[in-house]
Write a protein that binds this ligand. Structure first.
Ligand code: PAF
Length: 309
């Protein structure tokens, strides 16, 4: 009997999305190993257990975990760190990558993935965008808040050469994560970036749940951010009207009205946000196209004045 052999994936970044993927890879019989900082291992070896709680039901996964300092040969890597940590984390293990490595980047915002794709042209670099919701209670202990969709696609020429005919294909077989392979992942990243750009930073500044942005002066600011985001992204390759974006954003605000968005959760947990790769990225693109973008500028300045990065 021939048993389908799945490639072995290493996961760099044991945050909420990393743990969600680690658990589901385990459930799908796709071998995987977490790579963590050496000090993380002390309390969790020799039998580390990952817990995912969903609808009050807790599932435990006896995962494999190693220090990033261990010398291993890494052919397939998923990076699930925050955007700002992705490149330093990759640099820390770069010597362990095989010459034909496949890398999947699962970060919010844009800019960090493109930088890695350019810096590592020898590897097939893919990116993903997800609407899955999960939050980290403590190390290896997450809550799955909502099931969404995940898109994966090639980012650099090497990955485009392979398309889905690489180890990435095994990830479309994962149980309980709705994964679709797309050729144009940049469009999916832009779509999510556009929505986050009108919600996350503003809700952080006013320390409020998403739904508060539907009313009064805050809704006016949402509208201004949508207008600028649509203008900036349309000058890139993503054509969207301000009206269409505002409609989508307000729909998201309604269905997530009670939510504390991921950036505000970061602030409340003393973590650096990914806003630099959301509004910050858009400002860089605006500058490139000679677009003023005052609403984004003011938002970033107001956040910086509060020492929020
Ligand atoms: O970042 C988040 O929390 C989510 O992307 C969204 C859509 C803003 C909902 O909270």
């Amino acid at each position: 009997m021939t048993v389908a052999a799945y490639p072995h994936w290493y996961i760099l970044g044991a945050g909420a999305i990393g743990c969600l993927w680690g658990g589901q890879l385990f459930r799908s019989d796709i071998p995987s190993t977490f790579l963590v900082r050496p000090e993380r291992l002390n309390n969790n070896t020799p039998s580390p257990v990952l817990c995912i709680t969903e609808n009050q039901q807790r599932t435990e996964f006896p995962i494999d975990i190693q220090s990033i300092a261990t010398e291993v040969s890494i052919q397939n890597l998923i990076i699930t760190t925050k955007a700002g940590d992705a490149l330093p984390a990759l640099n820390a293990i770069a010597d362990n990558l095989t010459s034909d490595a496949t890398i999947l980047l699962l970060q919010n915002g844009m800019g960090s993935q493109q930088q890695i794709a350019e810096l590592f042209p020898q590897y097939a670099v893919y990116a993903g965008s997800t609407t899955d919701g999960a939050w980290l209670e403590s190390f290896l202990n997450i809550h799955r808040a909502g099931r969404g969709k995940t898109w994966l696609g090639p980012l650099n020429p090497r990955a485009k050469e392979f398309g889905h005919y690489s180890a990435i294909n095994s990830l479309t077989k994962i149980t309980d994560i709705d994964v679709t392979f797309v050729d144009n992942i940049t469009e999916k990243l832009q779509e999510k970036l556009a929505i986050n750009s009108a919600i996350n930073g503003l809700a952080v500044l006013h320390d409020c749940p998403n739904g508060s942005l539907l009313e009064g002066a805050l809704q006016k600011q949402v509208q201004n951010l949508c207008t600028e985001t649509a203008q900036i992204l349309s000058a890139d390759s993503y054509t969207i009207t301000a009206e269409r974006l505002l409609e989508t954003v307000n729909h998201v605000l309604k269905v997530t009205a009670e939510n504390i968005n991921s950036s505000l959760q970061d602030v409340r947990n003393n973590r650096t946000t990914e806003l630099n790769w959301i509004n910050g990225y858009l400002l860089t693109r605006a500058q490139k196209h000679g677009i003023a973008a005052p609403a984004h500028k003011q938002l970033i300045q107001a956040l910086a004045d509060k020492d929020i990065h």
